[in-house]
Design a protein around this ligand. Structure first.
Ligand code: UDP
Ligand code: MG
Length: 319
């Protein structure tokens, strides 16, 4: 079998401080893997410029002129990390056998790539990079991030604990992933939906080598919100649940006001008014839930996700 062609997909947004340092590290790792006979020399380090406002794109073009192992694409404007990664993956999927997406700031340990490639050579189509510890993150970031993974799992979305976007995907997995047409991207939650044989590789997360984070709290919250709303319709279910609860409560309320009125303990007119208020409140909550259920269905339909993905066929077994 020929050695697989690896494309490292590296999103960059205003990274002129860090790119000159890390680009060399990526290239070294690539050469290292080629020297060990694990990947082909046709492999590439592919930068995705996410509409940077500094010299990032100039640096990328210079690198690609100096060494053919460096290539780059530039997005027409800043679209955010998730879209940048997707752009790189989709551009690469027909050009290579495997992709590894990784941040450009040196935080993710690049030596984990070898283990990822080994797992691929062992037959895995997707390999998730999982942080072994979060020492370098602030307590706040660690607490919110780990809490968030738990909430997502409780809501029924399958996310790999402590996995960000450092992962290997084979071109085969990417061909299937390309069929997920949704525009609200939460890659780490969508990729597990593709299935196939997969595994995790743990690595230590370092400090950023230079420059600063582009994920302030606001963007983190937006990503978290996207994660929940694009992976789960459980919040809508909860409205239905609340609707049924309030409807039952309103029936009890009606019963209570009728009994109170019949026992003569109320002023005239109170019971009828109270009944109407209870009934309207309960019915409205219930109807909203029912409408919500349909909106949830519409939501899933418009995403147009693939309805099945075949992993094996007996007549293709001896490839
Ligand atoms: N990034 C991007 N577009 C953005 C924000 C970030 O492509 O709008 C890239 C950034 O260049 C880096 C990666 O996404 O390679 C992760 O961003 P960052 O290191 O700032 O986030 P953190 O590691 O602090 O969560
Ligand atoms: Mg970072």
């Amino acid at each position: 079998m020929k050695n697989p062609v690896l494309y490292m997909i590296i999103p960059c947004y205003n990274e002129q401080e860090v790119l000159p340092q890390t680009s060399g590290m990526f290239l070294n790792e690539l050469h290292d893997l080629v020297a060990k006979g694990k990947i082909s020399d046709d492999s590439r380090v592919m930068f995705v410029n996410d509409g940077s406002k500094d010299r990032t794109w100039e640096i990328i073009t210079e690198l690609s002129r100096k060494d053919p192992h460096f290539i780059g694409i530039s997005q027409s404007r800043n679209r955010g990390h998730q879209n940048a990664v997707l752009a790189g993956l989709m551009e690469a999927k027909d050009l290579c056998d495997i992709t590894i997406s990784i941040d450009c700031d040196g935080q993710d340990d690049i030596h984990a790539m070898e283990e990822m490639v080994d797992a691929y050579l062992d037959g895995c189509e997707i390999v998730y990079g999982v942080r072994s510890k979060r020492d370098t993150d602030t307590f706040f970031k660690r607490f919110t991030a780990e809490g968030f993974y738990k909430v997502l799992n409780a809501l029924g979305a399958e996310v790999v604990f402590n996995h960000a976007d450092y992962r290997l995907m084979s071109s085969r997995a990417l061909q299937e992933f390309a069929k997920f047409k949704e525009v609200n991207l939460y890659l780490r939650g969508m990729v597990p939906l593709v299935g196939f044989k997969s595994t995790c590789v743990t690595y230590e997360r370092h400090e950023r080598l230079a420059g600063e984070s582009h994920y302030p709290l606001k963007k983190m919250l937006a990503l978290a919100f996207d994660g929940i709303t694009s992976l789960s319709v459980k919040p809508i279910r909860m409205i239905t649940g609340a609707g049924i609860f309030f409807f039952i409560l309103s029936l009890l309320g009606i019963l209570w006001s009728v009994i109170t009125a019949l026992s003569g303990n109320s002023v005239p007119g109170w019971a009828s008014t109270a009944c109407i208020v209870f009934l309207m409140g309960g019915l409205q909550a219930l109807f909203m839930g029912v409408i919500g259920e349909y909106i949830g269905k519409i939501y899933l339909e418009v995403k147009g996700r693939p309805r099945y993905i075949v992993s094996e066929r007996t007549w293709e077994q001896d490839k």
